[in-house]
Design a protein. Sequence first.
Length: 262
Amino acid sequence: MPNMIKSYFKQAKLILILAKNDLHSRYLDSVLGVFWAFIQPIATLCVLWFVFQVGFKSQPVENVPFIVWLAAGMVPWFMFSDIVLNGSTSVVNSAYLVKKVVFPVSYLPLVSWMSALAIGLVFNLFLLILLFIYNIEPSIYWLQIPYLFICIAVIALAITHFTSTMVVFFKDMAHLVNIIIQLILADPCFWSKDMIPDKYSWFIDYNPVAYIIDGYRMAILSDGYIVSDLKGTLYFWTLSIIMMYLGKRFFNSLKEHFADVL
């Protein structure tokens, strides 16, 4: 893994250029361009706010307005899902580069990862505006946000190494990844561990995205440090490092066949 990180830094300029081109190409033909990356998630959040807070008249959660509590969970999830979904098709969408003998194919998942993180920064600005509207003042605990950015980046990139490889050989895998994210990984956005029966709490405990979402809510809406959950932190980083190592090996073992399949 140190060699992988070293190689990424060595080619940082190339990766940044490709990430910029990736972001531009995804929205090149639309009138509003890159703004579509933000319109859909924000529209989704507004619909959920109307359904739960206006329709069902949801009560404040953990002493904060429901929409703020919901946004604090959905913003990191939007970032995570954007990285994984776009990263999963990064190799297929860049077939013209894969077929070039001299191009380092292993950088493609990182390129989608970089462009998705750029959009994630804007999601966080939206969250800050929402906090300002509801008079939630900044605190020292907000300094945990960069740490949580790193958590999102690492676990999402680790997963992307697996999914981007499998999508090359099984195109339906891209749709399956979308379903898994929607049905399983998004669940921590809508309830916390305290809201579900103890016999189902394992689902939250073993969901690495729940660690990030709970961390966001803890940093922004309460007065705690996510690393104080030592068990959860150790589990998250152990799982992330193992997945990163295995995902990279899986990707490298099959990348020589990408050009033949594509």
